[in-house]
Design a protein around this ligand. Structure first.
Ligand SMILES: NC(=O)c1ccc[n+]([C@@H]2O[C@H](COP(=O)([O-])OP(=O)(O)OC[C@H]3O[C@@H](n4cnc5c(N)ncnc54)[C@H](O)[C@@H]3O)[C@@H](O)[C@H]2O)c1
Length: 415
């Protein structure tokens, strides 16, 4: 990224932030004690988790849900009895008395649901990754900038205690100059069981699924229950583990260090452990170059989980290390923690610190911001920046070469 484009990005980001401060309910229509009325689009696996989260937030009411699969609508009704259900998201958005919408649909439909929700004048909680492509991310950022809606992206680690601690240490200058960040994420499954693979239920049929709405413009080769349930495995619908998992970590790193968009991406790997017909790689090594001399690496495997996931921010004066789900070598137990370690050579009097900030509720943060009209913990600018970084990595993998930001932005993806 050139200095000019970086300045432009930062300027636009600031302008977009300002837009979020404009009160929606200038008349005071949504008071501190009023119930916030919520709808959801997409109540599959993650959507049902989010539904449980929102019904637990005080003074909220979930009134309507849209999903294209009858089974998922029925399951959601068990969690929130009495809600209205629809098989078309537009019917939910037509409802005048809905304040906010939670979107948890597959990646390739995010942009549509994002744009339609803003156009309907609702606040939005949008699952990550913000969009399936960079052009879609540009459109959503633009729409958000022109809107005064409160938008929270489902990057919940931004509300986590470890993030709050890391940000505090970095802002206090305790790391010195940071040139490198290393991060990783690893999983494993029993032999013969593919990572992410879901067996479709017997009722997952063309009668019970609105296939056309799921496809969202992708070529129709006939109803396919396996693809409907396992959309994560196919490029047409997904960005693989980059948009499923790297996104959380790269967003964490970018916001902890206040990084602009990457200037270039390299990604290697392949389908080495999950040879089940999927298109997205299971073994991955990503390098992202950022302006101002920062390199971030992320590696991932689906065939060994000993080291869980983590990120290490390596500064001249200190290190931030966040580890989650790794197996403690001594106790053999899983652990999650964030630490600061001084580089004694440059901070001889610095001492090691264990993070202790409590994790806050990401969903409740969205609702609080709907009332206060403040900017939530994971704003649209972060959704945008992390999505661009993720898509740059995938583009590099698919084109088997280094990709610059300019090349990535000019690329028009096809299905
Ligand atoms: N933040 C997190 O930690 C986290 C964790 C898991 C998943 N996710 C994200 O949540 C999203 C959903 O993932 P999932 O595992 O729940 O997928 P899923 O397939 O289980 O659920 C998607 C749901 O969307 C519905 N749907 C499909 N097309 C639709 C349409 N046009 N209109 C309305 N509903 C439609 C499907 O019927 C299904 O119920 C993804 O973006 C994923 O990355 C986030």
């Amino acid at each position: 990224m050139t200095d000019n484009t970086r300045r432009d990005f930062l300027k636009k980001t600031a302008a977009a932030s300002a837009a979020f401060l404009v009160p929606k309910f200038a008349s005071g229509a949504l008071g501190a004690n009023d119930r916030v009325r919520i709808a959801m689009i997409g109540v599959g696996s993650r959507g049902q988790e989010l539904l449980k989260q929102i019904v637990a937030v005080p003074r909220t009411e979930v009134v309507a849900i849209a999903d294209v699969y009858t089974r998922h609508l029925e399951e959601a009704k068990q969690i929130a009895p009495g809600i209205q259900t629809f098989d078309d998201h537009r019917r939910v958005l037509d409802m005048k008395d809905i304040d906010g919408v939670i979107v948890a649909t597959p990646l390739h439909i995010h942009a549509r649901h994002f744009l339609d929700t803003l156009a309907a004048g609702k606040d939005l909680y949008a699952e990550k990754t913000m969009t399936w492509s960079i052009p879609e991310a540009e459109k959503c950022l633009e729409a958000a900038r022109k809107s005064d809606r409160v938008i929270q992206i489902g990057l919940q680690h931004e509300s986590g205690g470890p993030f709050i601690d890391a940000k505090k240490w970095i802002s206090a200058g305790m790391l010195g100059k940071v040139n490198q960040v290393e991060s990783w994420m690893s999983r494993n499954t029993a032999h013969g069981q593919g990572q992410w693979v879901r067996q479709p239920a017997g009722d997952c049929t063309a009668q019970n699924v609105k296939w056309d709405a799921f496809l969202n413009g992708r070529p129709d080769n006939g109803f396919d229950a396996y693809k409907f349930m396992n959309w994560r495995l196919f490029w047409m619908f997904s960005g693989g583990n980059i948009t499923e998992n790297m996104i959380h970590q790269i967003a964490w790193i970018m916001s902890a260090l206040d990084l602009p968009l990457p200037s270039a991406a390299y990604m290697s790997g392949g389908i080495f452990s999950e040879k089940d017909g999927r298109e997205v790689p299971d073994t991955i090594a990503v390098t992202l170059d950022f302006p101002d001399e920062v390199v971030v690496t992320w590696q991932s495997t689906f065939s060994n989980r000993r080291y869980g996931l983590g990120q290490r921010i390596l500064g001249s004066d200190g290190t931030v290390e966040y580890i989650a789900g790794a197996t403690d070598m001594v106790r053999g137990e899983s652990e999650e923690q964030v630490h600061y370690y001084p580089e004694k050579i440059n901070r001889p009097n610095g001492s090691e610190i264990a993070g202790n900030s409590p994790t806050t509720n990401h969903m409740a943060n969205w609702v609080e911001c709907m009332r206060s009209r403040k900017t939530p913990n994971a704003p649209v600018q972060l959704g945008y920046g992390s999505a661009v970084a993720a898509h740059m990595a995938n583009l590099s993998y698919r084109q088997q070469r280094r990709i610059t930001l300019e090349e990535a932005k000019a690329f028009q993806p096809e299905y």
